[in-house]
Design a protein. Structure first.
Length: 422
């Protein structure tokens, strides 16, 4: 068996190259089947995300030219060699296993420890299984990968600390408020940061979300994904008092929320505390809001300390994760090597059974002819013994002639002759 991890990612290629080699989900099955057919690999799976397009292949028992796979990849995407080859990585066997475990554990991600990649690898596994290109070897590798990624998440703090602005905002919310399922969050904006904040809040079990945006249709689109309520920016003052948490990230050149509107909301709330996180630059919330009692106002600069501490924590966890991965790579490679033993054992057993069948047939024929049973059994045992030890005996004599003493040690170990003389 020869494993190969091959492709490009955010470390080896710029985004304009990554865009050109992405595989559309609805074309993935055809691509996998074409890869197996034309590049002559036994098994294949493709992980294709915005940050990486990676192929994991079992090239079979023979040493195959990686050029077949590289050429297939280039031709499939209609690229010239100069357009793609400077950005490609190739990881064979042990390094392929290590790469896959690191990717699934979030150690190779743009954001250290991010969990989304594991779900994307599971999607790649399902797509390959459905396309019929997932065999026993890759299946074992993927299942091992899922198990190791889970162990890394369980045994280290790789994903526990905030390393993005959105994650930091939500982490701060959870530190300030208990009974998160009873809290309401108001998100202002509908861009990537607000979407990430909505995702983290949803995963953290927030009770209710309101999403406000200048374009209500955009707010509705995002709200539908998380079961939230969409409003226009002009409706914010009507709903502000409902919010325990406000996270704002718009491109507005002027503040969205002023001190007066927040003060009015506090009166309606009977001065129950509010957390306000202003991620926008320029700021969406007037700085004077921080002067109000019962308001906790944080800006993007305030979150940087949380993010830096989170990065340090994840980097320490990553070192622990690397140790886990080192161990698990060794475990998988030992399993791979054991497959060689399986085929050898099978051949040895088949040879012994063939010799047994020949001698058994001869013995039965003599018994049916009326020959002495005891003599037949004795002769069968002697003949079978001689046949079974003939080839090893010849090879041992040859090893002695060639002074290959390691063969004697192997024979002693194989036949458990450590306490006897050969």
């Amino acid at each position: 068996m020869s494993l190969l991890a091959f492709g490009i990612n955010h470390k080896t290629a710029p985004v304009d190259i990554r865009e050109r080699v992405a595989f559309a989900p609805n074309k993935l099955a055809d691509a996998l089947q074409d890869l197996v057919s034309r590049a002559k690999v036994k098994e294949a799976a493709i992980v294709s995300t915005c940050n990486r397009t990676e192929l994991y292949c079992d090239c079979g028992d023979e040493e195959r030219d990686n050029r077949l796979i590289v050429d297939w990849f280039r031709e499939y995407h209609k690229l010239e060699k100069r357009d793609i080859e400077p950005y490609i990585f190739l990881h064979p066997d042990k390094e392929a296993v290590r790469h896959m475990l690191r990717v699934a554990s979030g150690l190779d991600s743009l954001v250290l420890g991010e969990p989304q990649i594991l779900g994307q690898i599971k999607d790649a596994y399902a797509a390959a299984a459905q396309a019929g290109t997932m065999g026993g070897h890759l299946d074992r590798l993927f299942q091992h990968t899922f198990s190791v990624a889970k162990q890394v998440r369980t045994d280290t703090a790789i994903g526990a600390s905030a390393v993005s602005v959105a994650f930091a905002a939500v982490s701060l919310s959870k530190q300030i408020f208990d009974e998160f399922e009873k809290r309401t969050a108001l998100l202002i904006g509908a861009g990537e940061t607000v979407e990430l904040a909505a995702r983290h809040l949803h995963q953290s079990g927030i009770g209710r979300m309101i999403i406000a945006n200048r374009t209500v249709e955009n707010a509705h689109t995002l709200a539908q994904e998380f079961g939230a309520y969409a409003i226009a920016l002009t409706e914010i003052t009507d709903h502000l008092a409902e919010a325990d948490i406000v996270i704002s990230s718009t491109a507005s050149p002027l503040p969205i929320l002023g001190k007066g509107s927040v003060e009015s909301a506090l009166k309606k709330r009977k001065h129950r505390p509010m957390l306000m996180v202003d991620i926008a630059v320029p700021r969406d919330i007037e700085p004077e809001v921080s002067d109000l009692n019962d308001i906790y106002l944080y800006t993007v600069d305030d979150l940087q300390d949380i993010i830096q501490e989170g990065l340090r924590s994840r980097q320490e966890a990553a070192q622990q994760a690397e140790e886990i991965i080192d161990t698990e790579v060794s475990h998988f490679m030992r399993w791979l090597r054991s497959l060689d033993a399986v085929s050898t054992i099978r051949a040895l057993r088949e040879d012994a059974q063939t010799k047994r069948d020949v001698e058994l047939e001869r013995a039965l024929r003599l018994l049916h002819a009326g020959k002495d049973a005891e003599q037949i059994i004795t002769e069968m045992a002697n003949r079978l013994t001689n046949k079974l030890i003939h080839t090893p005996s010849v090879q041992l004599k040859k090893a002695g002639y060639d002074a290959r003493e390691e063969i004697f040690d192997t024979a002693r170990e194989l036949y458990d002759l450590k306490d006897r003389e050969l």
